[in-house]
Design a binder for this molecule. Sequence first.
Ligand SMILES: Cc1cc2nc3c(=O)[nH]c(=O)nc-3n(C[C@H](O)[C@H](O)[C@H](O)COP(=O)(O)O)c2cc1C
Ligand code: SF4
Length: 518
Amino acid sequence: MTVKIYIPRDAAAIALGAEKVATAMAEAIAARGLDATIVRNGSRGMHWLEPLVEVETAEGRIAYGPVQTRDVASLLDAGLTSGAAHPLCLGKTEDIPFLKQQTRLTFARCGVIDPLSLDDYRAHGGLRGLERAISMQPAAIVAEVTESGLRGRGGAGFPTGIKWKTVLEAEGAQKYIVCNADEGDSGTFADRMIMEGDPFVLIEGMAIAGIATGATKGYVYTRSEYPHAIAAMSAAIEIARAAGVLGQSVLGSTHAFDMEVRTGAGAYVCGEETSLLNSLEGKRGLVRAKPPLPAHKGLFDCPTVINNVISLASVPVIMDKGAAYYRDFGMGRSRGTIPIQIAGNVKHAGLYEIAFGLTLGEIVDVIGGGTASGRPVKAVQVGGPLGAYFPRALFDTPFDYEAFAAKDGLIGHAGIVVFDDTADMLKQARFAMEFCAVESCGKCTPCRLGSTRGVEVADKIAAGIEPEKNRELLADLCNTMKFGSLCALGGFTPYPVMSAMTHFPEDFKPAPRVEAAE
Ligand SMILES: Cc1cc2nc3c(=O)[nH]c(=O)nc-3n(C[C@H](O)[C@H](O)[C@H](O)COP(=O)(O)O)c2cc1C
Ligand code: SF4
C-alpha cells in the first residue's frame, strides 16, 4: 500500500523550510523507487517543531521534526516510511504533550487532512453541520448558535447568535456574510492556519451563516501578506462550487450561497469592521460612525454579518454536535474553546486550542515553556497591539473575557506575546503610540493627533525632561483617547500604554546620568 507522508504547506512551516524539504523528499522517494506519496497538509501548530514531517502507519501517524533537507536521506535510511526510530522521531503525533492536552474543536482537522480534499474533509466529519442546518428553519439555526454561547473571536467578544438574529430580522433584498480575515493583531495566526489548513470549515461556517440569515453572498476579506491563505481559500471555494457545496443550490437544497476572496493591502485599521466594509467597497479604509450597525446597513448599505474567521469556523462543530456540547466547555460567560496563539520570546510558540479558563501563568510557563532566551518573563501582551501588558503578578488571571476586562486587559483575538526581563516598557508604550499614529485612519482628533503627541511625551520621559509632569500628561492623554476616540484603535491604545506605566513604573523613571570615568 502507498505510504502517506505529510509535509505542511502552512506559511510558518514554509518559512522554516517545508517547501525545500517536500522537494527533497519527493526526489529521494523517486530515486529510491519507494511506494510513497506526499500530502501537503496544514500545520499542527507546534512552530518549534516545523517543518514537522509525519508518516501514516498502522499504529497511527508518527512525527519527525524539525526536519531540514539534510535530514531527508538519513530519515529514509532509518525507515521513515514505516515510522522507524530516528533522532528526530517524536513518536505518535497525537501523543506529543502540546497536542495531546488540547481540546481541538475548531482546529480538529487542521494539520490532519489534505486541506483541498473535500473527500478527506467529509471523512473527518465535514459538512455534517451544514447538512443539519439545511434541515432547520433559519431562526432555529440562529437559536442554536446563540445557545452555544459562541462569542466573536475577532476582538470584541460580541455574541455571534445575537448578531445573526439582527441580520435575519433586518429587511433587505440582498444580505451579505463578510468574513473578517484581516488578522492584523501582533502574534496571531489562527485565521491564517484555518484558511491554509482547513479552508472548507470556513466555507461551511459561512454557508450556514448565509442560510441562517438569508444572505446569499459571502466575502472573505484578507490581506495581501497572506498569499498562501489566499491561494488555499480560492482553490477550496472552486472545489466547493464544483461539488455543489456552494452555488444556486447548496448541497441540493433550495438555499443559494456563493462566496469569494477579496484582498486588502494590509492596514491594521482595515480589520475594524466598518473600515473593512469601505475597503471591500473599493473605498479608502476610513472608519464609519455607528449607528447604523453593519447588521442593518453594512456592505453596499445591505444588512451584513461581519464575523471573524474563528467565529465562523466554530459554527460547523456547533451545528454538528449541538449547542450544549460546545457550551459545556469554558467558564463563566466565555463558552467553548479558544485557539490561543503563543508568540514572542517563548520556547514553545504555536497554536493551543483549549476550553476557556486556563490561567495566563499556565499558558506562558507550562504550555509555552517560559522564554526562548531562558531569562525570566517580564511581561505578556495579550490581545494584540491594543492589549494590555500583564506582569507576573497577574499570571493567576484565567483566560476569560470578563476576568481579563476586570484587570484592565482584553483577550482580543487570543494572541499572547511574551517578553523577557530585557524589555523596556517605556519603549513598548512609545511603540503603542507610534503604531496608533501610523495606523490611524485619521477620522477623529484624539487618535490622529493624540497618538503623535503621545510619542513626543514618551520621548520626553525617556530624555528625563520633567518626568513627573510628563507621566501625568501621558495618563491624561490616554484618558482623552480612551473616551474620545471613534473606534477601538484610538480607544484601546491607552491599554498597552497605561498597563506598562502601572505595572512597570520603574521603566518610566529615567536612569540617573552616569558620568564617564576618567
Ligand atoms: C483597529 C481594529 C482592528 C481590528 N482588526 C480585526 C481583525 O484583524 N480581525 C477581526 O476579526 N476583527 C478585527 N477587529 C474587530 C472587528 O471590528 C469586529 O469586531 C469583528 O470583525 C467582529 O467579528 P466577531 O464578532 O466574529 O469577532 C478590529 C477592530 C479594531 C478596532
Ligand atoms: S480612533 Fe483612530 S482609527 Fe478609529 S476612527 Fe478615530 S482616527 Fe480612525
